[in-house]
Ligand binder design. Structure first.
Ligand code: ADP
Ligand code: ASP
Ligand code: MG
Length: 402
């Protein structure tokens, strides 16, 4: 007998028919003699709809109240799934995050899981119940309901698998696994048989929404093997694990992130300390900076450009405005119409020319590169947002279709 954690995303439980489909997957796993813990997200677009509803009442509502609202989405889906499983004649219990033992930080709307104390889950499994747990939520030390940030149910599932030493953690979604690019955007995208934690972590961080990056981080930390697969099509999915046994592919995927803003500060004095001043100001406001580009100085002046997450662009703009006035820089430009396109692959470590091949694909498609960043296993470029999908297709074609 094994302990299996199965997570189902919003589209997998979007309507009654899909809820019953999930109930059948879960109960057949149970019928094979396994203990089953199920983690579910809110149905379909429920979380987006709840956010819109909240904004209608008060766009400046406290994060505590936003969490109270958002956590309701998962409460609906766990109860509906439990009702479906009851109807199929199986013992089942649904649990909210706090009942399942999810203790988190008190950083509302992006709380971190501190620990999972799965006593109640164990008790219910001992009674031979299927346990359905609300993803994306927990409780802070102040007894307030928290949420983990968008896509957080993946992390809930991995956290339970880690806390309970599960034998298998399956992430069911609306595509058949992890692909070389978003299969909804690139029709020739290929399903990967397996992928290493490090590559998956980069892909997830760089915009491949199929797994939440924190979930991959946690899976790597606790060595939880993940299987990403479809809840709608019965087919082998993608295994995410420490080392990919497959021959090392040069690159494993292309990702797109449009949640980026570029800020350029023009005419900064070309002297020591001016980069420090701007970036220390940003970090004091907890604004993470991603790609940084500094021009060569001319006539005692230089330009500094950097990217931040789009939702921090307004805060970053305030910092930069103060800075420009204080250091007598010339001006600044904020551009939110940009996209970051990245290639990821452990194979590129030992191969020269990977970045060149990516740049050639962009050149062939006549797409201009604004910024470039590289690491051992990734190359990212910043381009105009309007070119983003075309860029992904061109790069994918160059690496996978020629
Ligand atoms: P869920 O609701 O199950 O959590 P998500 O919408 O969060 O599902 O993630 C699944 C989606 O991720 C897919 O529908 C697909 O469009 C998108 N996606 C982006 N990049 C990739 C990729 N490389 N491989 C697979 N899916 C991807
Ligand atoms: N329902 C939450 C969201 O839409 C959590 C999740 O789907 O993982 O972000
Ligand atoms: Mg998701």
């Amino acid at each position: 007998m094994s302990l299996i954690v199965q997570k189902f995303g919003g589209s997998s439980v979007a309507n009654a028919e899909r809820v019953f489909n999930v109930a059948r997957i879960v109960t057949s796993t149970y019928d094979e003699g396994n203990d089953v813990v199920v983690v579910v997200s809110a149905q379909g677009d429920t979380t987006d709809d709840l956010i819109a509803k909240g904004n209608e009442i008060n766009p400046n509502a406290s994060k505590r109240e936003r969490d109270m609202l958002l956590s309701a989405g998962e409460q609906i889906s766990i109860s509906l799934l439990a009702m479906a499983i009851e109807k199929l004649g199986y013992p089942v219990v649904s649990l909210l995050g706090w009942q399942a033992g999810f203790q988190t930080s008190s950083a509302h709307t992006s709380a971190r899981i501190k620990r999972v104390v799965p006593n109640r889950i164990r008790k219910e499994l001992d009674k031979k119940c299927i346990v359905v747990v609300a993803g994306f939520q927990g409780i802070s030390k102040y007894d307030d309901i928290t949420t983990l940030g968008r896509g957080g149910s993946d992390t809930s599932a991995v956290a339970i698998a880690a806390a309970m030493h599960a034998d298998l953690c399956q992430i069911y979604t609306d595509v058949e696994g992890v692909y070389t690019a978003d299969p909804r955007k690139v029709k020739n995208a290929r399903k990967l048989k397996d992928i290493s934690y490090d590559e998956m972590l980069e892909l997830a961080t760089l915009g491949a929404q199929v797994l939440n990056n924190r979930s991959v981080e946690m899976a790597k930390k606790y060595n939880i093997e993940l299987e990403v697969l479809s809840s709608l099509v019965k087919a082998p999915g993608t295994i995410v694990k420490e080392k990919s046994k497959m021959e090392k592919m040069l690159i494993s995927g292309v990702a797109k992130d449009t949640d980026v803003a570029r800020i350029s500060v023009i005419g900064v004095p070309d002297e020591p300390g001016f980069a420090f001043k701007i970036f220390s100001k940003l970090s004091s406001k907890n604004i993470n900076v991603d790609i940084i580009l500094q021009s060569i100085g001319h006539n005692g002046k230089k330009d500094i450009s950097f990217t931040v997450a789009k939702d921090r662009a307004a805060d970053a703009e305030k910092c930069v405005q103060d800075y420009v006035e204080n250091v007598n820089a010339k001006d600044f430009i904020v551009n939110t119409e940009v996209a970051k396109i990245s290639i990821v692959g452990a194979g590129m470590e030992s191969h020269a020319g990977v970045a060149t091949k990516m740049f050639e694909a962009l050149y062939d498609a006549q797409i201009n590169i604004q910024m470039i960043a590289t690491s051992e296993i990734k190359v990212s470029v910043l381009i105009d947002k309007k070119d983003a999908d075309r860029a992904v297709s061109a790069i994918h074609e160059k690496f996978f279709e020629q």
